[in-house]
Design a binder for this molecule. Structure first.
Ligand SMILES: [Cu+2]
Length: 159
């Protein structure tokens, strides 16, 4: 089979791009823990108020040292606000929405989840730097979307 010289160049260029793109996915997944969500859990968004966990969303520190943060996103705030968590301990976020789709992003960190009514978005993260962080909604959710901002405080671990 005879393939033109220039056609051969374009073929190899296309193959090279595929290798670069796939390699980027593999590298970021391995090094930066960038991966699609794998936690699937449903919750009834219409009965959130009487839900044992999301009826009173809060930060729970368990005796074994684990920290679980339950968050409800709603037009146009996050509950609880502020969220106070310890530094240098794995913190598991469990977030759901009471109304429409929202985002939950802790600015300057790897924490970033889409929050969909009916589902619980969950991820675990360890904050190494104490301080105040901005929590932003990064899914357009309505006219006051730009004001949907919360605060996360990482306190120094005193153990
Ligand atoms: Cu929003």
């Amino acid at each position: 089979m005879n393939v033109e010289f220039y056609e051969r160049i374009w073929m190899w260029a296309a193959i090279g791009l595929l290798v670069i793109f796939l390699g980027t996915i593999v590298l970021t997944a391995a090094n930066d823990a960038v991966h699609p969500p794998s936690h699937i859990e449903t919750v009834d968004p219409e009965t959130l108020a009487s839900n044992p966990e999301f009826g009173n969303p809060a930060v729970a520190e368990h005796p074994d040292g684990s920290v679980v943060v339950s968050v409800v996103s709603q037009l146009y705030s996050f509950i609880p606000d502020p969220i106070v968590v310890p530094a240098n301990r794995p913190v598991t976020f469990r977030i759901t929405s009471a109304d429409v789709m929202h985002g939950f992003e802790v600015v300057g960190t790897n924490a970033n989840a889409t929050v969909i009514p009916g589902y619980v978005s969950q991820f675990t993260l360890t904050f190494k730097k104490p301080g105040e962080y901005i929590v932003g909604c990064n899914e357009y959710c309505g006219v006051q979307h730009h004001n949907m901002v919360g605060k996360l405080i990482v306190r120094k671990e005193s153990r």
